[in-house]
Design a protein around this ligand. Structure first.
Ligand code: ADP
Ligand code: MG
Length: 705
């Protein structure tokens, strides 16, 4: 089985399914295999009916009190009955499933699972999934994968296709029987080989790749899932570090021919600011200025927590380059952020009366707009270019690029950084990141970058007031938002999901927007934002929020990165227990960016006091790494599985915080292999080299929100 083969080379994948998969970004067989579950669920033990909560996904065990009745309305069938377990009774209905009438009998114990609803004084479960006792018992002991599905896709669809690929992959794949059919005919055309030599796998106690992938989709146990995760995290780190190695080698011999001197533009801008730079900002600016004027090519990481004021440093550096007749580029991971940087730089140029031209270049601009932008970049008319990865595309030619800055660096792959650096003749490089990581890891992840730390917050900041509350507090939270809006402020509400889902019990952006819109006075504008919207739509919504034409923004975590709306003072996070603490910390950083008192409300699902205790860590720490470490301590790796902590570097599975030990091993492995075989030309490294090349080519175009 060739991993690059298109999906329709699989049996049973027709045009329609192929298209569905494509909308989820699955185009090749390899994409399918690495479409890992987002999380795993273990089905809960049945609860007694008398204790059932309203509007939650529940499991009950009992018998039907009456035979099912089918009634027809305009061609549609509604089947109704009730179920009792001795403690109480609940109504059951199914739509367009008339066959339930014949398949479910009275006098037999069944298990039903679905969402409860209030119907008059009684509780109702619609479209409950039905299980026999033995069948359900298996589900309570195995882990059920939860995939991020797009409309029309089902778990079964994914699993069936994955099974087919797995069964053709390797004869030795270990999975529990009857899960992966051993298709002997398919074994004949097995061309797949593990890229990691056996010797290396043994040394680092890593399981074979095919086994790991198989376990990700069909885990036998929690232990085997962890083993699989460890192997795949190793792979991700491994290839990332191979690329980094490559980048580092290129850089080693670098000198530059720019002649840069501070001629007053930066000072003029500083003088025009409404605030004074913090001590830390002054110190880092001195570092940057010294290196811009020096002989060596600058390669520096600015690490500073959310809101510490990194942008202004980027602007000062860009201006200094511009006043010397060169160009500088600032690359942001999202269009929203790029547009925001562009606006604030234009404003700063205007208020300080500096004559330099800034330009915005993003993927969603029309071909004509792009052509004009390219022309201004090539002629040198624009000295400050701000954009997304459009900045590194082939057509982007610069006149005299001397400085390249990537904001929220952790969102980019190494390859993108490298491509931007190749645009000029070895320009100075600054990367900015809000994610604090300990020195030992920074040295591995950022290679030989010099590191500046912004460890001081602007003085005007009032500490954010936090509270951790259960769902019964929601009406008060909305009242609070209303009051803040009446004071002229704005609010974010974060929901984990985009749309309603049968499997996951969590708030979703679309429905939430409707509900809160109705609950708030009509003059308060509520809008939504999520990652599946088109870039133009996202920009438009963000722009309106920035101008306070929208007061309440209901959003997924797309706002996590870098967005700066200082007038927003409330952050309400729904289902806060579904997020990693480090991520919550990033989200919280969207408020508290201006002079006004800001508030962060963590609303959890209210099931245990542990959750409140865990979230309470956020009250006591402001250091992302410390927060993640405490989270790990409190919950243990088991519970944290599938919860992304850092989102650092855009790894898919690996997490720099939680898999720090694997990162160290991968680093050791890469160092050793490169020392022995720098070109990866030995036969045992052939497969490895092929994957490396493929990833490198792929990554150049790919960026995720
Ligand atoms: P981040 O480090 O998260 O990128 P930003 O650069 O977006 O933070 O800065 C956050 C906000 O703080 C912006 O509105 C910016 O104008 C403001 N700011 C930056 N430096 C200072 C300072 N020294 N004093 C007061 N406000 C500042
Ligand atoms: Mg920023």
């Amino acid at each position: 089985m060739n991993l690059e083969a298109p999906l329709d080379s699989l049996k049973g994948i027709g045009e329609k399914t192929k298209h569905l998969f494509e909308t989820a970004g699955i185009e090749t067989v390899g994409d399918l295999l690495t479409y890992y579950p987002r999380a795993y669920e273990r089905y809960e033990e049945p609860a007694s009916i008398q204790d059932l909560p309203q509007d939650e996904i529940v499991t009950i065990q009992g018998m039907l009190t009456t035979p099912i009745a089918n009634r027809y309305y305009g061609g549609k069938c509604i089947s109704t009955t009730a179920c009792s377990d001795g403690t109480g009774e609940v109504l059951l209905t199914w739509y367009n499933m008339p066959y339930q009438k014949n398949s479910l009998r009275t006098g037999v114990t069944y298990i039903f699972r679905g969402r409860t609803k209030k119907k008059g004084k009684r509780l109702l479960i619609e479209q409950a999934a039905v299980f026999h006792e033995e069948q359900y018992a298996v589900l309570t002991t195995t882990l059920q994968p939860v995939y991020s599905l797009t409309k029309g896709m089902t778990v079964r669809m994914v699993q069936k296709a994955v099974k087919q690929v797995l069964s053709s992959l390797q004869p030795s794949v270990h999975t529990s029987e009857n899960r992966v059919a051993q298709d002997t005919a398919a074994l004949k055309n097995t061309t797949y080989a593990d890229y990691l030599p056996e010797e290396l796998r043994n040394r680092y106690h890593l399981c074979p790749w095919a086994e790991a992938v198989s376990q990700m989709h069909f885990p036998d146990s929690f232990d085997s899932l962890q083993t699989a995760h460890r192997r795949l995290a190793f792979d991700e780190f491994f290839f990332f570090l191979l690329q980094l190695q490559n980048l580092r080698e290129h850089r080693e011999q670098e000198t530059h021919s720019f002649h840069i001197r501070a001629k007053g533009a930066a000072d003029r801008l500083i003088a025009s600011l409404s605030y004074e730079l913090t001590g830390a900002q002054k110190k880092v600016w001195a570092d940057l200025l010294r290196e811009l004027q020096g002989e060596k090519v600058m390669v520096r990481l600015i690490q500073g927590d959310v809101g510490s004021g990194k942008t202004i440093l980027a602007v000062l550096a860009l201006l200094t380059v511009a006043e010397n007749g060169y160009q500088g580029a600032l690359m942001a991971p999202t269009e929203v952020l790029a547009a925001q940087h562009y606006d604030s730089i234009c404003r700063l140029l205007e208020q300080s009366g500096l004559p330099y031209k800034a330009l915005l270049l993003t993927g969603s601009m029309t071909a004509k707009q792009k052509r004009e932008a390219y022309a201004q970049m090539e002629s040198g008319e624009a000295s400050i270019v701000i954009g997304t990865h459009a900045l590194i595309q082939e057509k982007a030619v610069y006149h005299a690029l001397a400085l390249v800055i990537t904001d929220e660096q952790h969102r980019f792959g190494v390859r993108q950084r490298e491509m931007l650096a190749q645009k000029g003749s070895t320009p100075h490089t600054i990367v900015m990141s809000a994610t604090p990581i300990p020195r030992t890891l920074a040295v591995i992840l950022y290679g030989d970058l010099d590191i500046s730390v912004l460890n001081e917050m602007p003085a005007n900041r009032l500490p954010i007031k936090n509270c951790v509350v259960g769902p019964s507090w929601r009406p008060k939270a909305w009242d609070f938002i209303e009051k803040q809006v009446q004071l002229g402020h704005q609010a974010y509400v974060i929901c984990p999901m985009v749309e309603e889902s049968d499997l996951v019990d969590a708030e979703n952006v679309m429905e939430y927007t409707e509900t809160i819109r109705k609950a708030l006075p009509a003059e308060i504008h509520v809008e939504y934002l999520h990652g599946r919207m088109k870039p133009l739509e996202k920009n438009e919504v963000m722009g309106r929020f920035l101008r306070n034409e929208i007061q309440v923004l209901v959003s997924t975590t797309v706002v996590e990165v870098g967005v700066n709306v200082p007038n927003a003072t409330v952050m309400l996070i729904e289902n806060a227990d579904r997020f990693g603490l480090a991520q919550l910390h990033q989200l919280r950083g969207r408020v508290g960016r201006g002079d006004a008192q800001s508030y962060c409300i963590f609303l959890h699902s209210g099931k245990s006091s542990e959750i409140a205790e865990r979230l309470d860590i956020l009250n006591h720490s402001n250091d992302g790494f410390e927060i993640a470490a405490k989270d790990l301590q409190l919950r243990g790796p088991g519970e944290l599985f599938g919860v992304r902590q850092s989102g650092l570097m855009n790894f898919r599975l690996a997490d720099v915080y939680m898999d720090a030990d694997v990162l160290q091993l991968a680093n050791e492995a890469v160092t050793k292999i490169i020392a022995e075989d720098p070109e990866l030309s030995l036969p045992e490294h052939r497969e490895m080299k092929a994957i490396y090349q493929r990833q490198k080519n792929r990554q150049s175009g790919q960026i995720s929100l």
